[in-house]
Ligand binder design. Structure first.
Ligand code: MLT
Length: 406
């Protein structure tokens, strides 16, 4: 008899963004003429940078000719892209990362979701609350948690984020093995300072733990004193993996390209105490289960690092940051306490009421979609997240509508 993985039964209803999409569809069906402004899921609205489009076209043309056609590429990604990333995103910032430590993939969601496969089922995991749901749900699916009750899965060490700690977790008192961190943070938009990140790297080194550092929103950092990569912290090469994406940086949500950094100096232990290279393990997993990102997409991603590409990407992120500034200003002027939006495209707003109820009010009365904080965890209750990814005119209109109903 075919049986299911019963850990899936512990998951809470549907994936957050699917639930939101369901509510939007129901609302749209009931109000067909109503224009909805989506500031919910962080999905980009601006076209790809011109430099990426040119490289994309050129690569498609190469695929059309017998002499330049390519079949399967290396699963880890083409050297031309891995070398650019290592040099420009890391070495240029003093971070000692080599091209053979970069693994190109089709998304940071997939990478942060899949990486847990290479770790033992019995490890202790520390997860922030609120949190991007993928980190938690993929560990639930794998069977690394107990049952759910009162907003908590048994067996997880939750790091509660709130005003008191500035929405930045401190290393726990207890010993944990795997730590999920995301900065600039999704969903709160909070950022971490170098000293705070150093405390985490030291904690991981002392406890033989590993940090999974999601830096998908790094391109939105405007304060130069903030770390863009965990590898700017001494010792991080031994205790941290990093995840990055071209999705929000260069408008690749529909094009798909991201990468994981797995340093060769990161080790983990077998039950017999023997050390193993995480780079080798991830390479084994990646080459077995993934066949690489398409050649034209990798050429388009490479163009991000050209002089024109850089300028265009900066233009794109500046555009969304202008939206973020407007959202922060307008929501604050309406009396809501906000964080984020200064080095991040997300604004975390204290709704002063139940977060799904506020979501429904904004949808039904203003035709504006946000993301209810409760969908990111128990500590997200009472908050909403507003995303800056939309056209500026739509953001202006959304703010006008919210003003009218408050
Ligand atoms: C979000 O809105 O949190 C993100 O767009 C989700 C994602 O990147 O998967």
């Amino acid at each position: 008899m075919i049986k299911i993985n019963e850990h899936y039964l512990k998951l809470q209803s549907s994936y957050l963004f699917s639930e939101i999409a369901k509510r939007i569809s129901a609302f749209q069906a009931a109000h067909p003429g109503r224009k909805i402004i989506k500031l919910g899921i962080g999905d980009v609205t601006r076209p790809l940078p011109e430099a990426c489009i040119e490289a994309f076209h050129k690569a498609v043309d190469e695929m059309a000719s017998m002499e330049t056609f390519r079949g399967y590429g290396p699963e880890q990604g083409y050297a031309f892209l891995r070398e650019k990333i290592a040099a420009e995103d890391f070495q240029a910032r003093g971070a000692d990362i080599g091209a053979d430590e970069i693994f190109i993939s089709d998304g940071a969601k997939c990478d942060t979701g899949n990486i847990q496969e290479i770790f033992d089922i019995d490890i202790t995991i520390a997860i922030p609350d609120p949190v991007y749901p993928v980190y938690l749900d993929t560990n639930v699916m794998a069977g690394r948690t107990g049952n759910y009750g009162n907003g908590r899965y048994d067996g997880i060490v939750y790091m509660e984020l709130n005003r008191e700690n500035g929405f930045v977790p401190e290393p726990p008192r207890e010993k944990v093995d795997l730590i999920y961190l995301c900065f600039p943070n999704n969903p709160t938009g909070a950022v971490i300072k170098k000293e705070q990140l150093r405390a985490w790297v030291d904690y991981a080194a002392q406890n033989k733990a590993l940090i999974l550092y999601d830096a998908a929103y790094e391109a939105f950092i405007r304060d130069d004193s903030l770390p863009r990569s965990i590898y700017e912290i001494e010792g991080a090469r031994e205790v941290a993996l990093e995840f990055r994406s071209f999705s929000k940086t260069a408008g690749f949500t529909g094009t798909r390209c991201a990468f994981a950094v797995v340093p060769k100096s990161c080790r983990a232990f077998a039950k017999n105490g023997q050390e193993h290279s995480l780079n080798a393990l991830w390479n084994r997993r990646h080459t077995t289960k993934f066949n690489g990102v398409s050649y034209p997409v990798q050429r388009a991603a490479e163009a991000v690092y050209s002089a024109e590409g850089r300028a265009q990407v900066k233009g794109l992120t500046d555009y969304y940051m202008k939206n973020a500034a407007l959202i922060g200003k307008e929501m604050t002027s309406l009396g809501f306490e906000c964080i984020g939006g200064e080095n991040s495209p997300y604004i975390w707003v204290d709704a002063k009421m139940d977060s799904w109820a506020f979501f429904d009010t904004l949808l039904e009365e203003a035709g504006v979609v946000c993301t209810p904080g409760a969908g990111f965890g128990k500590c997200g209750e009472g908050f909403i997240r507003i995303s800056a990814f939309n056209h500026y005119e739509n953001v202006e209109e959304a703010m006008r509508r919210i003003k009218n109903i408050i």
